[in-house]
Design a binder for this molecule. Structure first.
Ligand SMILES: [Zn+2]
Length: 347
């Protein structure tokens, strides 16, 4: 009887452990040779702005008087760029969101062993493949991309973690800090010939991580004046930085800009799950290699009703997935006491 019990127990333990071995392993494969395309790229550099925790509808919805609280980005949507919704997936958190945007893969399921707090394996990213990348923003996000980079070419500028408190009364100061730093960086580069020469090379990336909107959303909720005012502040900041960058590069038309968010936020100021308020994020792209806004007269193939809500029925909308859809998919669910997480995982 005891032998039978022990055999039964062993079989169950082996089955249980095999689940971790089979499913909770990283989808990433290491040791491959990087490939590059012989096609000439349309842009020489990329400016990536991620407004952490910004919902798509918070950016796209007009004010009651039909004006926009983000006049700079609205003009790009309606005239000079391309817009759409970037669809994210659970867990709608900052780390997996940024890894998706910058490294191109969804949540690494083996991160469960690290409590979902950090990426368990080293990964390649567009920052690592750039000639140089300069980042400004939160110490929670930036070091992750500098850590995995081979060679010293990902430069991070963060406010000290303990000083995130400096924004406790007004979180938008986190974003003001980033804009000020970026401005003085380009200002200094004008008279620093070494830095200037580096900046004028191709394949460079500038990444602005703006944590103010997320922080204000948690503290005051997305319908609050604090959250909405922070969005307006970001619009002004982006406008100023873009004008400075264009001036620095002599309006050469070789800069591409991407403005998006890592995840949204529920009406009650949380994120992590799969509600549309959390998974729908804005995407506004413009500059080198990007189509200008296209007017459409036919109804667009989106049935979610948002085009009407956002007064954008007449401008071509181009939705994307935060990570390009994978061809072979394998789905499974992880049920934890707190959450029910659903993953698509490449075989
Ligand atoms: Zn958050």
């Amino acid at each position: 009887m005891i032998t039978f019990f022990l055999i039964g127990l062993t079989v169950h333990v082996v089955f249980f452990l095999s689940i971790f071995d089979i499913y909770f392993t990283s989808p990433l494969v290491h040791g491959m040779t990087p490939q590059s395309t012989p096609l000439a790229p349309p842009a020489s550099r990329l400016v990536l702005v991620v407004a952490d925790g910004l919902r798509a509808d918070s950016l796209f919805t007009l004010l009651p008087n039909n004006s926009s609280r983000t006049p700079f980005l609205r003009t790009i949507i309606e005239e000079t760029g391309t817009w759409g919704v970037s669809h994210t997936r659970v867990p709608t958190e900052s780390r997996p969101g940024h890894v998706a945007l910058i490294a191109g893969f969804y949540e690494d399921v083996s991160a469960v062993a690290k409590g979902w707090k950090e990426n368990p394996v080293e990964f390649d990213s567009v920052f690592n493949e750039s000639r140089s990348t300069w980042c400004w923003g939160s110490p929670d996000i930036l070091p992750m991309f500098a850590k995995g980079a081979t060679g010293d070419h990902v430069y991070t500028h963060t406010y000290p973690a303990e000083e995130e408190d400096f924004a406790s009364t007004d979180a938008s100061r986190l974003d003001t800090w980033v804009f000020t730093q970026v401005k003085s960086f380009f200002q200094a580069a004008k008279t620093n010939s070494t830095l200037k020469a580096t900046l004028l090379e191709d394949k460079n990336i500038f990444f602005l991580h703006l944590l103010g909107i997320d922080t204000n959303g948690h503290a005051h909720r997305p319908m609050s004046q604090e959250y909405l005012d922070n969005i307006a502040l970001v619009d002004t900041g982006v406008a100023e930085v873009v004008s400075l960058i264009e001036d620095f590069f002599g309006y050469d038309g070789r800069t591409a800009y991407v403005f998006t968010s890592d995840h949204g936020m529920t009406n009650w100021g949380s994120h992590g799950a799969g509600h549309p308020s959390e998974t729908l994020t804005p995407l506004v792209v413009w500059g080198a290699g990007v189509n200008k806004a296209q007017r459409v007269t036919e109804p667009q193939p989106y049935e979610d009703g948002y085009l009407k809500d956002w007064n954008l029925e007449h401008i071509h909308r181009a939705d994307v997935n935060q990570v390009r859809r994978m061809q072979k998919k394998y789905c499974f669910c992880v049920h934890t006491p707190l959450n029910s997480l659903h993953y698509n995982h490449r075989l």
